[in-house]
Design a protein around this ligand. Structure first.
Ligand code: 3H9
Length: 700
């Protein structure tokens, strides 16, 4: 045995406990320990029953994700599951906590499953581009049928022990007490032959209703053909479950093994596992080591607009007391409505009752009086995106906020140092860039101006974590990480449009790459007026060598600001948020092109992506070079959670690694022949290409 699997004998029971914190992942050492414990228990004539359990809050979170992509070492998990299932002595899985993926498959191969009421079981492999590869796709449908099995595998969300009991995959739920003690009688009863030991592979309850199983396969496949475009593992999962219904167990297992190996090799698995670790890495900021965040119970939000309302809801949902301050009653009323409409929608969708809304709103205090913020632990300003307006608010905050309160500006571009400079406590001021709608979007850029106190930074991260956001640290630099990079690839989208490729074809290519919407749909959604105001502001300082596309300005001059005006790059029929192609827009583009004497040129989808992602990666490399982002994977997190970059591609930096850094540089050099001002490869990219480095090498 080893120290990650402990074998204790109690009466005639062998208690095999996994002790591999933090989550009892089934690493090679755990697998070795399990195999040995099972063998020893089988050989010991005094042992009549085997019980496998976990420790802490986890039974086991499944295979050790760190091991994927490395040579696989024996014993492999499927071998262990088979060994457990074929044990001549009854084997119990005592599910003391969360059992996920391979952890749940381990339990599925036992003959009996007892869980504590708080335990959760699930098969989340789909989120990693994988499928349950230790017999899960073959064993689970045999117990609960194709539909429920596919639901568990395809949505990847864990279910409670109670639901597992209702499904029939958990045999008993122990409401309270210590699981081993509580299960003792049940386990000993098997030695008296009271409960038959049936290997899961021989169970057939789930296979009885062949027609229903057949329908379920068809329905899930249809659904995923619509929603899972471009994805690989969901279809492999459905195929495996279909096999479970129609072939002998061993054959199904072999099929699952081959499918698992294909998923493991797929770029999607690499992208998704990269994303898994990236969103954990972004929280590990060295400055925060051993720093305690400040107390955070009361939050004040200044401004009741769309952003202020969203932030207030996110804070209320996180259990905070929230004050909302507006300058007059009309503004406040709007703010109150912005908050209430979120909860009214929850009620109309049956997600909460009117009583729940009332309870939440008891913690919501709208006011027009700045004095109300004096007992706030943190104040977030969310007023108009204009430096002078923000400064004015911060002067007032400085006057009213208590000493020790954290002051934050929700801005997407502006200089936090400049905002902080109007206060007497610049070290307490940070940027919190929420994304709209702030109660839904998970990204939170935490912007660090010079001299910021680490305690204040820690409090920003604590707020993000408490709100369930993914917080990413950014230096204080225009556009921070996300909007700065967005600026670069938005420009390229405009260039390609002016060059002769329809915005609708560009959007289509970007969607086919995996984005939920293309850049022109995004401009329409965000509102063309905002970008227009920005462009006008920068007009005087724009470098004359920079190519400037005026098409968006032509649309704005007509009052076509996108969805909110019913017209932008697309036409929106009354009340519809789905745009249709607009021939007049194409005429405007053609007019602009001919004014500039540009010969129309149709880019292929592949060419569109080369340019779009090339611009994105190049700007991202500059963001890294300038230390605006801490490491490449932080950029991947920002692009995924804030801008819709497909998670299964890992993020632009991971994508660049897989595409090839040298190829990215070659692409940029090829494009620079047409426009050397825009297409300048970053120094970092050039060095990396020369030295054969990847962005992964630069991750911290
Ligand atoms: C599988 O099982 C395949 C099989 O079907 C077939 C095999 C042949 N491995 O998230 P947290 C680390 S595929 C290694 O912050 P929480 C994590 O990186 C697997 N490490 O905590 C972090 O490390 P650090 C199917 C893992 O309480 C630490 O644990 N299973 C694994 O918020 C704490 O994690 C899954 O997909 C792992 N499997 O959430 C489960 N899991 O401290 C994936 C976690 O260094 N995991 N770590 O940053 C999760 O969903 C969440 O981590 C979990 C805990 C819910 C378990």
């Amino acid at each position: 045995m080893n120290d990650v699997v402990v074998l204790n004998k109690k009466e005639s029971i062998a208690l095999i406990q996994i002790q591999n914190p933090p989550v009892n992942a089934l690493s090679h050492a755990v697998r070795q320990g399990l195999m040995e414990a099972v063998r020893e228990s089988l050989e010991d004539p005094a042992i009549k029953v085997l019980a496998i359990t976990g420790s802490g809050k986890f039974f086991s979170a499944g295979a050790d994700i760190q091991e994927f992509g490395k040579p696989s070492l024996e014993p492999q998990l499927p071998q262990i599951c088979n060994a457990i299932e074929s044990c001549s002595k009854p084997v119990f899985a005592l599910i003391n906590g969360t059992a996920l993926g391979g952890g749940f498959e381990l339990a599925l191969s036992a003959h009996f499953r007892v869980a504590t009421a708080s335990a959760k079981i699930g098969l989340p492999e789909i989120h990693l581009g994988l499928l349950p590869g230790s017999g899960g796709t073959q064993r689970l449908p045999r117990i609960i049928g194709a539909d429920k099995a596919l639901k568990m595998m395809l949505n990847g969300q864990p279910v409670s022990a109670g639901e597992g009991l209702a499904y029939g995959v958990i045999d008993r739920v122990e409401e309270s007490g210590e699981l081993i003690t509580a299960s003792m009688n049940f386990m000993l009863e098997t030695t008296a032959g009271k409960h038959p030991r049936i290997p899961t592979r021989e169970r057939t309850e789930g296979l009885q209703d062949e027609a229903a199983n057949h329908v379920a396969i068809g329905e899930h496949r249809n659904t995923w053909q619509k929603k899972g475009k471009g994805l690989y593992s969901p279809f492999q999962i459905i195929d495996c479950v279909e096999k479970a219904l129609s072939t002998p167990f061993e054959e199904g297992l072999k099929y699952e093994r081959e499918s698992f190996a294909r998923c493991l090799e797929s770029p999607q698995r690499k992208g998704l596992i990269h994303a898994f670790f990236a969103e954990r890495r972004c929280r590990k900021i060295p400055e925060l080591r051993e720093i305690e965040p400040r107390k955070l119970e009361r939050l004040a939000v200044i401004g009741g607009g769309t952003m202020g309302g969203g932030i207030a809801v996110a804070a209320l949902d996180a259990g905070l007391e929230v004050m909302m301050v507006e300058r007059d009653e009309a503004g406040l009323e709007k703010g109150r409505l912005n908050v209430e409409k979120v909860y009214d929608r929850h009620i109309s969708k049956g997600r909460m009752g009117p009583e729940d809304k009332k309870e939440v709103l008891e913690r919501f205090i709208p006011s027009t009086d700045f004095e109300r913020i004096t007992d706030a632990d943190m104040v977030i300003e969310a007023v108009f995106e204009e430096m002078e307006v923000k400064k004015e608010v911060f002067r007032i905050l400085d006057q009213y906020a208590r000493q020790g309160a954290v002051l934050a500006s929700n801005t997407s571009y502006l200089d936090i140092d400049e905002i902080a400079s109007v206060t007497s406590r610049p070290e307490e001021v940070l940027g919190l860039h929420f994304f709209s709608p702030a109660n839904i979007m998970k990204l939170l850029e935490i912007v660090v101006p010079s001299g910021l106190s680490n305690e204040v930074l820690a409090t920003g991260f604590a707020l993000g974590n408490r709100m369930g956001k993914v917080p990413v640290r950014s230096a204080n630099s225009e556009g921070f990480i996300g909007n700065r990079i967005l600026g670069a690839y938005s420009k390229v989208a405009g260039y390609m449009m002016e060059d002769g490729t329809s915005p609708y074809r560009i959007d289509e290519a970007v969607r086919d790459f995996g984005y939920p919407i293309g850049p022109f749909q995004m401009f329409d959604l965000a509102g063309g007026d905002i970008g227009w105001a920005n462009r006008k502001r920068k007009a005087t300082t724009r470098d004359p060598r920079e190519r400037y596309v005026e098409i968006a300005d032509r649309l704005c001059e007509r009052g076509w600001f996108g969805q909110k005006t019913g017209r932008g790059f697309y036409l929106y029929e009354e009340g519809s948020r789905i745009g249709i192609e607009d021939p007049e827009v194409l005429d405007i583009i053609a007019g602009e092109r001919s004014t500039k004497g540009i010969r129309a040129r149709e880019y292929s989808p592949e060419e569109i992506i080369r340019r779009y992602i090339g611009a994105m990666v190049n700007e991202a490399a500059k963001v890294l070079e300038e230390k605006v982002a801490r490491c490449p994977s932080d950029i991947d997190v920002v692009q995924h959670y804030g801008y819709g970059f497909p998670r299964y591609r890992g993020g632009p930096m991971k994508y660049a690694d897989m595409y090839g850094i040298r190829k990215i540089v070659e692409d940029i050099e090829e494009f620079s022949v047409e426009d050397p001002f825009f297409w300048k490869p970053s120094e970092l990219l050039k060095t990396m290409a020369a030295q054969g480095q990847t962005f992964e090498d630069l991750n911290l």
